[in-house]
Design a binder for this molecule. Structure first.
Ligand SMILES: Cc1ncc(COP(=O)(O)O)c(C=O)c1O
Length: 370
């Protein structure tokens, strides 16, 4: 017989993952609405969200716009690759993890001419090599990099890369999926033309859409570039500008939750306030994990406070699946590793989690390994 769901008063497991994340009860409650997608209330909600996203990127509304795309983060990445690279363009993809590789894969499927610069997963990209590559190949029209490579948690130097790209004619595209909202980004100062993130990461909404922050002057040059109807970024933008509406059915509930999530971000002190909480989560986590003998995969100077990869302990009795299951039974969800050349697992510091939650996880880990 099926178990009866325990609502209200249920207790979900705490998610120490890269997303979907633990969200506040008020964010979940904001979804308990039926909104018409062509209704004035929904149209004004979408407008407010788009404006606030530009503010989170510390940008001027005259220079940047937010284009919301239905679908998860990857759909937003695909929208940028498919509709901002000219038909005869060439994309330089900087890679130091699985998500950089994903952008290259998207480009390859779309038959976009691509050149890659690939670095080990525990190393930030070589700035000189990027500069030399751009200098040597005038055909490169677009450059992409991942901000927080969630594969490991490494933070890539998007500002420095932006300065290099600015010396060329290429457009600069940053996948800031797991960092936007918690790691400060100044769109103009980083020379970013397109930045992608999604609803269910550091802004602490629920899954359902991604968004692209676009430099208007660049976006407006892309007419005729789109290789797909549903992911046509310029057409989606023009739709919003024409009547405030999505071209196709929007995730109304996820957007209602997101407006509440943005209000909660503001109440926490914006990106700086959220960064402070996540950093505290991270510091508490690594201090506790080190005490138990766990070691991080990355060097501390490359490690961000979003998510941490820990090496499997050198103990023949350690089985990740069992470790995971036992923590899960205690109500804590961690994440498998994604590093290609080392056995790791990952623990995220993002979402509606606080220092006491991290301490509770550490206690559960201590009990489990014992
Ligand atoms: C850096 C980065 N890029 C892309 C993605 C893919 O996003 P999604 O799974 O929402 O499609 C993720 C997901 O965690 C990510 O962290």
């Amino acid at each position: 017989m099926q178990k009866k769901p325990k609502i209200p008063g249920w207790k979900d497991k705490t998610l120490f993952t890269p997303g979907p994340l633990t969200t506040s009860r008020t964010v979940k409650q904001a979804m308990l609405r039926d909104l018409g997608s062509r209704d004035v209330e929904f149209i004004s909600l979408v407008k407010e969200i788009r404006q606030k996203l530009v503010e989170v990127g510390q940008a001027n509304q005259n220079d940047y716009t937010a284009v919301i795309m239905q679908g998860s983060g990857t759909f937003g990445l695909e929208a940028v690759v498919s509709s901002t690279v000219p038909p005869d363009g060439k994309m330089l993809v900087i890679i130091n993890g699985a998500y950089g590789k994903r952008i290259a894969k998207i480009a390859s499927i779309l038959k976009v001419d691509t050149v890659t610069l690939e670095y080990p997963e525990n190393t930030t990209p070589g700035l000189q090599e990027i500069q030399d590559t751009l200098k040597a190949d005038a055909n490169i029209t677009n450059v992409s990099v991942v901000h927080c490579e969630t594969t490991t948690g490494i933070i890539n130097p998007i500002k420095e890369i932006g300065r290099i790209v600015a010396k060329s004619d290429a457009k600069y595209f940053v996948d800031a999926m797991s960092s936007f909202g918690a790691v400060p980004v100044h769109l103009a100062q980083c020379n970013i033309d397109y930045l992608v993130s999604s609803a269910n990461k550091c802004i602490e909404g629920v899954p359902g859409f991604s968004f692209v922050l676009c430099k208007l002057s660049s976006l407006n040059e892309t007419a005729g570039y789109a290789r797909s109807l549903s992911s046509d970024l310029l057409d989606q933008y023009q739709g919003f500008e024409k009547n405030g509406q999505f071209r196709f059915t929007p995730p109304t509930h996820a957007l209602a939750a997101f407006r509440q999530a943005l209000a909660e971000l503001e109440a926490e002190g914006g990106v700086a306030g959220r960064a402070k909480r996540y950093r505290k989560n991270y510091e508490t986590l690594i201090a506790g994990m080190r005490q138990m003998g766990f070691k991080e995969y990355l060097r501390p100077e490359d490690q961000g406070y979003i998510i941490t990869s820990f090496l499997y302990p050198q103990d023949d009795n350690f089985r990740f699946d069992e470790f995971y299951e036992r923590l899960n039974e205690k109500g804590y969800v961690i994440y498998p590793g994604k590093v290609s050349n080392a056995d790791c697992f990952r623990i995220g510091n993002i979402g509606r989690i606080f220092e006491p939650d991290v301490r509770a996880l550490l206690a559960a880990i201590r009990e489990t390994i014992r």
